[in-house]
Design a protein around this ligand. Structure first.
Ligand code: ADP
Ligand code: MG
Length: 346
């Protein structure tokens, strides 16, 4: 079990982590999701004892990371964002070195053999790490984390920089390890987290903005559904009309076409608004080109949170600029931001 209480990490006046608390039970697979700079690596570095916190506490299987660092660290296998691989060593030499550094008590030969087979690196065991593909280097990184048989695995962006085939392989490997380990993994890519984790902690600007199962995160916010409507109408007037419908929580412009606009309308939980949307558009003689309901993705949830907190919007923009493969589903979000800006300017 991992218990993190009111964690704060400041670098001078800058807070990398402002207030993070959570408990992770044995054999859970939990994802830290958040854009670049959110505070994921900082949190992981504190849990693993590589960084000290400014305030707050962390305990791992009952061992306080500050007071009993040796015992706490022994509970954890860590794959940092940049794994400390020695490129001029063979996989065998490197894993033996890690075995020694960790002062591992398990029988060397059988223990390393078991890991190497599990991670499927037996056929590259005598190769120089330098000559391995990125996917295999990452496997070696995971293998070193498993030495000493720790109960808890902390994997920082384990699939970053891998090609799609390697991503699937590493993802399957993590799911397999999750059967008898407690796993925390981080990513700024939603689909990564969604595919392996039962529970998601969304971190942004050093704050924990959500902690729930993927399913419940989505259900709590909108009864799982968004109403998508494409109408031929003046965009601003149409947006106002949609916002005035009872039970509507939020209206976003999803896309602008030559003479029509697609709106994403979020209903309050348990409310059906499609009928009202159609009635009102017809009353205004605005042709409806499309009207359907769509499952709310975590992407939508994230954007919803971002919309409610202008500070998050900047972070989101930065993250998007920094990595254009992340948050891809939101590519059409540029429009509503512009419109919001216009409204603010007006
Ligand atoms: P993530 O892993 O979510 O991308 P990090 O935990 O690496 O985020 O960083 C969180 C914030 O802390 C960022 O704003 C980053 O610039 C800042 N930060 C991280 N390390 C340092 C450091 N050594 N000194 C100053 N600021 C740092
Ligand atoms: Mg990071």
């Amino acid at each position: 079990m991992i218990e993190v209480k009111n964690l704060v990490k400041a670098y001078g006046k800058h807070f990398a982590v402002k207030d993070i608390s959570f408990t992770i039970n044995d054999n859970e697979i939990v994802g830290f999701l958040g854009p670049n700079g959110a505070g994921k690596s900082t949190t992981m570095n504190i849990i693993t004892g590589y960084l000290s916190a400014t305030s707050g506490s962390v305990s791992v299987n009952g061992y306080d990371v500050l007071e009993q660092p040796y015992e706490a660290k022994r509970q954890i296998g860590y794959l940092p964002e940049h794994p400390p691989l020695y490129l001029d060593m063979t996989v065998k030499e490197y894993l033996n070195l890690v075995y020694d550094l960790k002062k591992t008590k398990l029988p060397r030969g059988p223990h390393l053999k078991e890991i190497v087979q599990l991670i499927k690196i037996d056929h590259v065991y005598n190769r120089l790490i330098r000559n391995l593909s990125k996917g295999y280097k990452q496997r070696v990184g995971i293998a070193q984390a498993l030495i000493g048989n720790p109960k808890v695995l902390i994997l920082d962006e384990p699939t970053v920089g891998l090609d799609p085939k390697q991503i699937v392989e590493i993802r399957n490997l993590i799911a397999q390890l999750g059967r008898n380990h407690t796993v925390i993994l981080s990513s700024h890519i939603l689909s990564e987290i969604q595919s392996v984790c039962e529970r998601i902690i969304i971190i942004n600007q050093g704050y924990q903005i959500a902690d729930d199962t993927a399913d419940r995160l989505s259900a709590n916010l909108s009864d799982d559904r968004m109403v998508m409507v494409r109408i031929v109408a003046p965009p601003r007037e149409a947006k106002k009309m949609l916002e005035s419908i009872p039970g509507v929580v939020d209206v976003q412009v999803a896309a602008i076409h030559t003479n029509s606009t697609v709106f994403k309308v979020e209903p309050a939980a348990g409310t059906d608004i499609s009928g009202a949307v159609a009635e009102r558009a017809i009353a205004k003689r605005w042709p409806i080109l499309e009207l359907y309901t769509k499952q709310m993705s975590l992407e939508d949830i994230y954007m919803h949170m971002v919309d409610q907190d202008p500070a998050l919007l900047d972070i989101h923009r930065e993250a998007k600029a920094a990595n254009n493969t992340a948050w891809q589903a939101d590519d059409d979000q540029a429009e509503p931001q512009t419109e919001q800006q216009e409204e603010q300017d007006a």
